[in-house]
Design a protein around this ligand. Structure first.
Ligand code: THU
Length: 143
């Protein structure tokens, strides 16, 4: 029997992990703390928080930290998308939609079927980033 991933993911636990890490954000300029927590294909949880800088454009979003943590922890397979579900929340614990740059980052780490927790429930990343550029375009179009 095919298992529906949306039913087996503990969204409350993911959101709670995202909220906890939002508390460790470094966001003195915007004062918007952001935390992200994701479930990997092999059942681990990886997290990240936003890190701002006096040179504003250098700010790192929470999802950037999460993707870095994913790679830093090592993986069973380099080739496969590894994130299955992700929750991004603000300091108030409520869901925050990933910015455009982070949607692109998450696409490479989880693929179009990655489930993103939103205020209206989980949505596949493909819905949030339609017609995306990805590594297949790169392979197909370079000279
Ligand atoms: N931010 C994130 O961490 N992730 C997003 O997807 C949206 C925005 C952070 C960056 C900055 O520190 C603050 O939110 C305000 O833009």
């Amino acid at each position: 029997m095919k298992t529906d991933r949306t039913e087996t993911i503990d969204w409350a636990a993911l959101r709670s992990a995202a909220h906890a890490v939002a508390g460790r954000a470094y966001a003195p300029y915007s004062r918007l703390r952001v935390g992200a927590a994701a479930l990997t294909a092999d059942g681990r949880t990886v997290v990240g928080c936003n890190v701002e800088n006096a040179s504003f454009g250098l700010t790192l979003c929470a999802e950037c930290g999460l993707v870095s943590a994913l790679h830093a922890a090592g993986e069973e397979s380099e080739a496969q998308p590894r994130l299955v579900a992700v929750s991004v929340v603000a300091g108030d614990g409520e869901p925050l939609l990933p910015c455009g740059r982070c949607r692109q980052l998450l696409l490479e780490a989880g693929g179009p079927s990655l489930l993103v927790g939103t205020a209206g429930g989980p949505r596949p990343l493909a819905e949030l980033l339609p017609a995306a550029f990805d590594s297949a375009d790169l392979s197909a179009r370079r000279g």
